[in-house]
Design a protein around this ligand. Sequence first.
Ligand code: FMN
Length: 312
Amino acid sequence: MDLTTHYMRLQLKNPLVASASPLSADLGNIRHLEDSGAAAIVLPSIFEEQIEADMLHETLTAVGLENSAEANQREPQQYLDLIRRAVKAVDIPIIGSLNGTTEEGWISYAKMIEEAGATGLELNVYFIPTDISLTGRDVEQRYVEILRAVRKAVDIPIAIKLGPHFSSMGQVAMEFANAGADALVLFNRFYQPDIDLTKLRLLNDLQLSKAIEIGVPLMWIAVLSGRIDASLAASTGVENSEQVLKYLLAGADVVMTTSALLRNGPRYVKELLAGTRGLLSQRNFRNPDSFGRANYMKILQGYEYTGSRTGN
Ligand SMILES: Cc1cc2nc3c(=O)[nH]c(=O)nc-3n(C[C@H](O)[C@H](O)[C@H](O)COP(=O)(O)O)c2cc1C
């Protein structure tokens, strides 16, 4: 069966993509993902804020004001090396991921990621407007400005990873496509703190997703499919091949997965793909006889003696 798909101007051998997570920071995992059938891999995001903090730390260390073996740990150079090594190690597209804070940061790191050889770039905007004076328009404008600036700076395909909290998702999706996004990733999964009632403090454990969470992205993929000039990646809630299939049926060009791979390991890609391909095959039917029978009786049960259809 031909499972090829087009995503952010790339031709992929199938629609299963490993989304950004620490799993893809490791070359061994990257190879396992490819061997198991992943069609593309998104690397974990590089965070401008983190780089700037590390650089400040490094400067302070250099002048003797701070002392830590960890200084300089996450310099951009390490990330760019990861891109170079990943691109060399596998044949599938490697997509870099960036979370900037300043316009200059978005532009300069995007250029570095392109120069290091990434096949595409995902913009992980991850912006939660905790400044309550910001309007919805301000927030949308921020996304558009980032997109326009990065679009001007690089030639590689760009995807933008969104949260689900826009008041008019369809209109902003169209605006982002017009501002240069080759793909929209629907959706990022924002941190939602809980409270520890015994210790009276915030709990910030990251929970892996569950299949029940596909509802919102599934709805927006279905609404936007075929209506905007950008491809669509479904992200959130893939636990098994059923969710992959549902997203594809709704119109996703690719389906991304992180939690399932963190739970089951990179080789789980194989299972996700195998289940998708054979879900309606005879061996997976509860009643395999369905394929061998003429099924006339079932059809006839839907008719009254007059011969008119009564519905189901
Ligand atoms: C441990 C962990 C680390 C993640 N790191 C990133 C990241 O660096 N950049 C990013 O855009 N998304 C990151 N994500 C979000 C995932 O890429 C994905 O969008 C989200 O987990 C929803 O997909 P899932 O339901 O398949 O897990 C991370 C998720 C997890 C669980």
